[in-house]
Structure formats: C-alpha cells, structure tokens
Design a protein around this ligand. Structure first.
Ligand SMILES: NC(=O)c1ccc[n+]([C@@H]2O[C@H](COP(=O)([O-])OP(=O)(O)OC[C@H]3O[C@@H](n4cnc5c(N)ncnc54)[C@H](OP(=O)(O)O)[C@@H]3O)[C@@H](O)[C@H]2O)c1
Length: 313
C-alpha cells in the first residue's frame, strides 16, 4: 500500500475506469476529477471504502483544476474528445487543459505528472486532433519538464469504442464501406495500458520520457474489420470505397450529435497508427502485451446473430 494520492482527470472514461481499478488494487488513494460526479459513482466500488473519491472539475475551469490537484502526489491526464462539440474543442481540451493541468501541478508541488496522448500526435498532421495532441504535449513539457508522455495506439477492452463500434455495425448493416483499409494499427489491451501507467508511476527513470504504447501485433485496418466479421459471425460485405466518397459521407455524418465518423478522423486514419520503434514501449515497462485474439471475441460475442446463446452443432 503506497497511500499516495493520485488525481486522475478523465478517470470516468474507458481507460480511466480500468486505471482506477488497478490503482486502487495497488493501494493508492484515488481522486477522480470529473465534470458530473453523480455519473461517475460506478467508480467508488472499485476501491475499498473511501479509497476512491470523486471531485467535481471541468478542465476548462482553472479553479476546479486547482482544487482537484491540491494535495496530490501524482496527476494523470486522460482527458480527450474524438470530435468537437460546442465548447468542448480540441484546442481547449488537448492544448489549453493539458497546459493548465501541467502548470497547476507544478505550482502545487506534484511529484509526477503523466500525460496520456495518442500515436500520430504531430504538429504537422492534417488532422486537428493529432495537431492539438502534439501541441498539448509540448505545453505539458514546458510547464512540467519531468512529465512522462505516453502515446497510445488503438486501445481495446470490453467497453472500447473501436471493436464495439464495428461489431455493432456488422450486426446492423449488410455491407460496410472501408476506406484506408491498408492503414496499420497495433491495438493494445486496456489492462496493459493501466499496468504501463502504474509502472511509469513507480519508476523514477520514466520521468521526462516519451513512451509509445502498442500491442503485440500490427494489423491493417481491413484485417481488423475481417476479424470483427469472423468473431461476430456476421457475413458483412467489406466494400472498399474511394477516399473522396468517404470524405463526402463524413462531411454529413460529422454534423450528427454523436458522429460515427468525421472528416478529421478520416485524416487520422490516412496514417499508420503504430509505434515508431524509436521510443520505449510496453516491453521497457515490463508489461507483456495481451493479444487481440485473447480478449476481443469474449466481448463481441453478443453481436453474433444468436448472441451468446448459439447452440453448438
Ligand atoms: N481509447 C483509445 O483507443 C485511445 C487511443 C489512443 C489514445 N487515447 C488517449 O487516451 C486518453 C483516454 O482515452 P479514453 O478512450 O479513456 O477517452 P474517453 O473514454 O472518451 O474519456 C475521456 C474522459 O475525459 C473527460 N472529459 C471530457 N471533457 C472534459 C472536461 N471538460 N472536463 C473534465 N473532464 C472531461 C470525460 O468525462 P465526461 O464524462 O465528463 O465527458 C471522460 O472521463 C485520451 O487522452 C485519448 O486521446 C485513447
């Protein structure tokens, strides 16, 4: 039991939930800074009584960030959005908030700061998501030079938005349009990401470093869709469509409240999403990577025609 206090921004999201569970098991006191604590009550039973606290914070509000960071030994920033809506912009969340959390953490005497970012973060990228992720990283380093940056490839796990989205689409549609099918990805298991973060927290030599976190195997996007097709036993046709048509569709789909795809996401998909091999990753953090095939079939089973109740023939 370390007893150190860890503040997690974005702890109510997909990766946050697994991370909170791992940190609580490791004996940390966890303060999860969330916009709506009432919607994050599911986190409290992940620890012992009182071990996981919820604090109200909006990373666009300095006073709430200061209050959430006060007294913390370690701060982890997981806040991000996949598309912009209203005041939830890439600029405010990926750049402004990342810089603010780093600045406030330094001023409060926080010992370690971990900034979670994405593979593909690049100030020159065609994607605004990737550009703002890179600018956020830069601001974090300016305000808190010993911060550790962890760039992730696509993350999978029971509540992921990647495999579940395509599983649901395979179940609902007779054909799936595929664009950038040749782009490479190296999916990493959410439990491995949480272990990697935990190891960064306990390893002083991780200070100031950049890690690129990918899984054990590289796939093309099309191979992953074929895998979803196989696991869900849906015989969906995968139809490669020309890029201009995909962008045309995304232009309209991107206007929906919870868009299935946006133009910015297509720009991101144009590039491979795999570690460069020039930075340390899971291996260096002592985490053995879990294969996609060992986990994903278990939670995509309910997208099969007869769900989990298929009678063995
Ligand atoms: N999942 C992946 O495949 C993947 C891949 C590469 C990189 N990453 C990176 O990993 C990190 C975590 O990803 P995730 O998949 O766990 O994301 P997620 O499920 O979308 O969670 C994002 C979190 O940010 C919070 N948030 C959003 N706006 C906020 C605001 N204004 N103030 C405070 N909190 C706010 C959300 O809380 P609310 O409930 O309040 O909205 C949520 O808890 C991100 O940096 C992401 O870029 C993820």
């Amino acid at each position: 039991m370390s007893g150190e206090l860890v503040t997690i921004f974005g702890g109510s999201g997909f990766i946050g939930k697994t991370l909170v569970e791992h940190l609580a098991k490791a004996g940390y006191r966890v303060r999860v800074a969330v916009r709506r604590p009432n919607n994050a009550l599911f986190l409290k039973p992940l620890g012992e009584l009182g071990q996981v606290q919820l604090a109200q914070a909006n990373v666009r509000n300095r006073a709430s960030v200061e209050a959430a960071v006060k007294g913390a030994d370690i701060v982890i920033n997981l806040v991000s959005v996949l598309y912009e809506s209203g005041s939830q912009t890439f600029e405010k969340l990926h750049v402004g908030a990342a810089g603010l959390i780093a600045e406030v953490s330094k001023a409060s005497g926080v010992k370690k700061l971990i900034q979670i970012s994405s593979i593909g973060a690049d100030e020159e990228s065609a994607s605004k998501y990737a550009r703002t992720k890179a600018r956020g990283e830069k601001l974090v380093k300016e305000n808190f030079p010993e911060a550790t940056i962890m760039r992730l490839s696509v993350v999978f796990g029971p509540d992921d938005s990647f495999f579940n989205k395509f599983g649901a689409m395979a179940k609902s549609f007779i054909a799936l349009p595929v664009v950038c099918g040749e782009s490479k990805m190296q999916p990493v298991y959410v439990g491995d990401v949480a272990d990697a973060i935990l190891n960064v927290m306990t390893n002083d030599s991780a200070a100031g470093k950049l890690y690129e976190i990918g899984g054990p195997k590289v796939y093309t996007f099309k191979e992953l869709l074929e895998f979803v097709n196989k696991v869900t036993e849906q015989n969906v046709q995968l139809i490669s469509i020309p890029r201009p048509l995909a962008y045309f569709q995304a232009f309209f789909l991107g206007m929906l409240p919870n868009p299935i795809v946006t133009i910015d996401q297509l720009r991101l998909l144009e590039k491979d999403n795999i570690p460069t091999g020039e930075q340390p990753g899971l291996n260096e953090l002592g985490v053995e990577a879990t294969p996609v095939e060992a986990v994903v079939p278990n939670y995509l089973i309910h997208f099969r025609p007869a769900g989990q109740f298929k009678i063995a023939s």
